[in-house]
Design a protein around this ligand. Sequence first.
Ligand code: ATP
Length: 334
Amino acid sequence: MITVENVSKSFPGNGTPVTALRDVSLAVDAGALYGVVGPAGAGKSTLARCVALQERPDRGVVRYDGLNTTRLDGRKLRDTRRQVAVVDTRLRDERTVAGNVALPLELGGVDGPQRRNRVGTLLDLIGLTQRAGDRPESLTPGQRRRVAVARALAAAPSVLLADDPTRGVDAEESGALLTVLDRARAELGTTVVLTTPDASVARRVCDDVALLERGTVVESGKLLDLLVKPGSRVAADLLPAVETSRAQTARYDLAVDVVLVGFAAVGALLPEAAYRFDVELATIGGGLTRIGDTPVARFRLGVRGQRADAALAWIAERGGHVTHTLYGLRHVAA
Ligand SMILES: Nc1ncnc2c1ncn2[C@@H]1O[C@H](COP(=O)(O)OP(=O)(O)OP(=O)(O)O)[C@@H](O)[C@H]1O
């Protein structure tokens, strides 16, 4: 487990120092795929470098399984750094694909069948077994990025750190690259930390996320927990939009936003609530999406009838999370 505790980091700027990280805390569980999401300049790369022990925080602590890394130096620091591999996108063009993946093993003195097996496993993981003997320049940008990931995984690090892995890679190839990161976690047990400005990258593969803005964590936790949190910024970025006009909601006694996670029977729940409570219940906004493999719906519901409140309470009892109430009976009566 990696914990970042109250980490701050500034750089000398033109006259005034630039604060890249301000009191940042987060916890990355072993075996998780953790996403740090934020706009350009938010501090993602600085945080990644602190986690990779390439940069020392001005204040605060980065711990590896409880070990305070800020006090380490010399050999101890080098040994601890070896647990983390940072994806370096610069490949060696004079070497083959397999030769690039093998490089850390050669440097580590691993040879013979052991090296061949490891490279074979990793080429299979990235889906490029057939390209083992090709030069990287013959690959697409997304394939090259996958080779860089395989090379980072070669020495079996416990943590893989990918700073904006899909930058410069088109949408289709990004999917294949994220699948590789997901497989690294699932099949090799590697903890993966990625940074990205693109919330949809987190939507596809991350278990946990931290939303970073101007050097500060504004939201963090399990992605599926954040999605059901009222007012969640992550939810606003990742779930289907629920914009509706005032006219659309005005004809209902109640209008609320409801998030349903992993709910296979979304189609049946709403009609059943309408029937049981004898209310008119309509979906007036939102839709369905997937978070990783989990179906998630966010609907704006309009409810009309005497027992509108009871119908919504019944939906909530069945796992629906009411995240936002636009107006209700009491408001209308007032
Ligand atoms: N070595 C450095 N020297 C001076 N300023 C730096 C240094 N590294 C980062 N900064 C500044 O710290 C702030 C955060 O930068 P950082 O690169 O960590 O953000 P980021 O979220 O990774 O951005 P991007 O998505 O554009 O890479 C920025 O204002 C940046 O200019």
